[in-house]
Write a protein that binds this ligand. Structure first.
Ligand SMILES: C[S@@+](CC[C@H](N)C(=O)[O-])C[C@H]1O[C@@H](n2cnc3c(N)ncnc32)[C@H](O)[C@@H]1O
Length: 393
């Protein structure tokens, strides 16, 4: 089935690029997709046909753990080449978008200022400390990380994130980078079809692209998005305003917010947790519990549990971002006792669920079906952590 992975919707804040810049970005997207494909498919044949037999010849058995399989693979020249290519493509990807963002930066900042008024709001706290886990490394090799600011009212990290992650995910995140948010809305609706949360918080909302599907799904609800990084919040605020969607953005650390206890019916996050730390995840669960009204629910979407993938090679292949893509918690994330952390935060055991949800993927419009919002859902996607605060106080 053909998916719509080539089309990104343009809006006045998205860096446009010259013809040559866009051609370079499209080339890097294809290179990145090819490198990722090699690391999943062809490297799997190499693993079975060459790496396992070599390991067997040496130790009299096949690799038994993810770690053994990874170390064995790392000795193979094919894997070394693929991993090198993946990293090179990742660096080229960001640099191809930075050229455009740097050139268009002043115009993007002006456009964000123009759209500062609208249905939503923005509250920044310049003195908020950026946690060490974000200053210590540029996640997924994005130069400057989320919080880097180089001009007054800077929005460039937001612009870089929106264009760069579209290329990096090979367009799978959707034309408005909204597919994960849509998937989580579907997840909640499937489980609780008649539920109408009145106040929703999206933690680590970035540019708010996954926050907006919650606005569409629950038009009567008050929607908040928080993030520690100001450039993405400025960008996301202007972006939501120009799309006519009301989101109340504020610069806050999800570990300890300034909202009153019991303020929200639903607390969500989209791929926030694995980019924090073990301590931060425990704090975020505790803060989610504090913020929920009695009976309120928490839904965090993050990495899928790779331990359920059928063979060690597939696990190593998904895990690889830890080793070549500046993702320091990725490999350790699977081994966290998430259920224990949730219980320690106060969630009753019977309300806790660790599940997986498919990825929502966009279908291209056609003359027969011009509807641009058509989607399909994949089998393998995200890990979803959900829990409920008890109804009685
Ligand atoms: C991978 S991005 C995801 C952004 C967004 N949820 C999305 O799906 O596009 C992770 C975001 O979490 C933010 N973040 C990391 N730690 C945070 C914390 N403790 N509190 C608030 N935001 C945080 C980062 O600044 C970044 O914008």
């Amino acid at each position: 089935m053909a998916l719509n992975t080539n089309h990104q919707d343009f809006h006045p804040l998205l860096p446009r690029g010259t013809h040559d810049e866009r051609a370079r970005q499209e080339f890097v997207k294809s290179l990145h997709e090819r490198a990722s494909g090699l690391s999943r498919a062809e490297a799997g044949w190499i693993y079975k046909g060459r790496v396992v037999p070599a390991f067997q010849a040496r130790y009299g058995r096949a690799p038994a753990t993810r770690e053994e399989a990874r170390i064995a693979l790392e000795c193979d020249p094919f894997w070394q080449t693929v991993v090198g290519l993946r990293r090179t493509a990742q660096e080229l990807l960001w640099s191809s978008v930075i050229d455009t963002v740097e050139r268009e930066g002043p115009a993007l900042i002006a456009s964000a200022r123009e759209h500062a008024g609208g249905p939503g709001s923005l509250r920044l706290s310049p003195a908020l400390p950026i946690p060490d886990y974000l200053t210590g490394v540029d996640f997924h090799a994005m130069p400057g990380s989320y919080h880097g600011e180089f001009a007054t009212d800077d929005v460039c990290a937001g612009a870089l994130f929106e264009r760069g992650t579209f290329l990096y995910t090979h367009g799978y995140i959707g034309p408005m980078s909204e597919n994960l948010g849509r998937g989580m809305v579907d997840f909640v609706r499937r489980k609780h079809p008649d539920w109408q949360p009145r106040r929703i918080l999206d933690m680590g909302c970035g540019i708010g692209s996954c926050t907006l599907p919650w606005v569409d799904a629950f038009p009567g609800a008050e929607i908040h998005g928080i993030d520690v990084a100001a450039p993405g919040l400025r960008y996301g605020h202007a972006r939501a305003n120009l799309l006519g969607k009301a989101v109340q953005f504020s610069q806050q650390n999800a570990e300890h917010t300034d909202f009153p206890a019991g303020h929200f019916d639903l607390v969500v996050s989209h791929i926030l947790l694995h980019e924090t730390s073990r301590e931060a995840i425990a704090n975020i669960f505790r803060e989610s519990f504090r913020l929920l009204a009695p009976g309120g629910r928490m839904v965090h979407a993050d990495l899928p549990d790779i331990r359920f993938l059928p063979d060690l090679f597939q696990q190593v292949s998904v895990d690889q971002d830890h080793y070549d893509n500046n993702e320091p918690l990725w490999a350790g994330y699977y081994d966290l006792d998430l259920k224990g952390l949730l219980q320690a935060a106060g969630f009753p055991s019977e309300t806790i669920a660790l599940e997986s949800a498919g990825m929502v993927l966009s279908l291209p419009p056609s003359s027969a079906s011009p509807d641009r919002s058509r989607t399909v859902t994949s089998r393998f996607g995200y890990g979803v952590i959900s829990a409920q605060r008890p109804i009685q106080k």
